[in-house]
Design a protein around this ligand. Structure first.
Ligand code: NAD
Ligand code: IPM
Ligand code: MN
Length: 355
């Protein structure tokens, strides 16, 4: 049965990088026998402009029916003034929650050809291969109550609530430990258990899950602030980093800089076995470069690679795509974020040429 990929290009550089993904899909079809049906829908600011909301119910319904969803990015200054509940980013959170994609795999891998492009000196990043497992459907992003209220004296108060249940921590911890077994067999669990009660529960539950099912995996607990420091001091000490929603968001952007550019980092958001996965580059809509042909499409193209592997049952084709990206970089293909001259389309060309 032909599987279906739903693309959600979104805003800013989102449509620009998804255009390159579509070209890659066409090349994989004609040259490597990929069978895939591709659909698309409006998302984010583009959907607000057209339909008054960042994602339509019909799109959410379809996202749950197909095998995989691949988005570009959402948001931008144009929608800075819209009501909080319908801002583009709220549409993304809604989609993640509805799809229940609670485990966000964010690999930070330093391509050999790019070891000089990193913000760190080469020996610190050469061969870097770490994987964040970021909890994606809970924590401070979703905890209730949250809001902005006006107090009796007219002062405003804004608040969010960092909440985790045992079950939410357990299910993402299982993903991290299982993944570690296929990699370096080490998990670093990050939280602020010294300050946050939800962090204390996080540490307790991860310890229990480990003791019960994964004693063969090496587990360490690292306070998230120290982890940030360790990530720039000696990132290669890590293998799998298990984090809550907020720390994972922040530290995966940091890790992106280690690999050369945020334009390189893909992600896979996975739910229960057999459910649709949501694939997203970790970068945003990059309003500062949108419309200029400067966006690096590799994060989006590698997000397709992860979709082929995790949701579309096409790991051999995923291997070919990964090899093509690597080969293009080895031949010197560089967009501006990597110190080069190539446009978004030319980077697409360079990768397609390797397929
Ligand atoms: P950003 O990731 O969009 O940009 C940060 C910096 O990285 C910018 O200088 C940008 O030019 C650069 N950059 C990002 N992607 C790049 C690429 N592919 N190639 C080359 N350079 C790239 O973060 P921001 O500026 O803080 O956020 C802009 C908007 O995007 C905000 O509205 C934010 O909410 C949204 N956002 C969306 C997502 C998403 O849709 N998944 C993720 C992050 C941020
Ligand atoms: C990301 C983004 C999102 C997040 C925003 C746009 C909701 O920063 O995917 O990294 O914070 O999860
Ligand atoms: Mn982010």
């Amino acid at each position: 049965m032909t599987k279906t990929l739903l693309t959600l290009p979104g805003d800013g550089i989102g449509p620009e990088v998804i255009e390159q993904v579509n070209r890659v899909i066409d090349a994989l079809k004609s040259r490597h026998g990929l069978e895939l049906s591709v659909e698309t829908a409006l998302f984010g600011g583009a959907c607000i402009d057209a339909a008054g909301e960042p994602i339509q119910a019909s799109t959410i319904k379809r996202a749950k029916e197909v095998e995989a969803v691949l988005m570009g990015a959402v948001g931008g200054p144009k929608w800075a003034g819209v009501a909080r509940e319908i801002r583009p980013e709220a549409g993304l959170l809604n989609l993640r929650k509805e799809m229940d994609v609670f485990a966000n795999l964010r690999p930070a891998l330093c391509f050999e050809a790019l070891a000089d492009a990193s913000s760190l000196k080469k020996p610190f990043v050469e061969g870097l291969d770490i994987m964040f497992v970021r909890e994606l459907c809970g924590g401070v992003y979703f905890g209730k109550p949250k809001g902005v209220d006006t107090l009796a004296d007219g002062t405003k108060i804004g608040y969010d609530n960092a909440v985790y249940t045992t079950a939410e921590i357990e299910r993402v911890a299982h993903v991290a430990f299982k993944l570690a077994r296929k990699r370096g067999n080490k998990v670093a669990s990050l939280e602020k258990s010294n300050v946050m009660d939800s962090g204390l529960l996080w540490r307790e539950v991860v310890t229990e899950v480990h003791a019960k099912d994964y004693k063969d995996v090496v587990l360490e607990h690292v306070l998230a602030d120290n982890a940030a420091m360790q990530l720039v001091r000696d990132p290669k000490q890590f293998d799998v980093l298990l984090t809550d929603n907020l720390f994972g968001d922040i530290l995966s952007d940091l890790a992106a800089a280690l690999t050369g550019s945020i334009g390189l980092l893909p992600s896979a958001a996975l739910g229960a076995d057999g459910m649709a996965g949501l694939y997203e580059p970790i970068h945003g809509s990059a309003p500062d470069i949108a419309g200029k042909g400067l966006a690096n499409p590799i994060a989006a193209i590698l997000s397709l690679e992860m979709a082929l592997r995790y949701s579309l049952d096409a790991s051999e084709i995923a291997d070919k795509l990964f090899a093509a990206v690597k080969a293009a970089l080895e031949k010197g293909a560089r967009t501006k974020d990597l110190g080069g001259e190539l446009s978004t389309t030319q980077m697409g060309d360079a990768i397609i040429a390797e397929l």
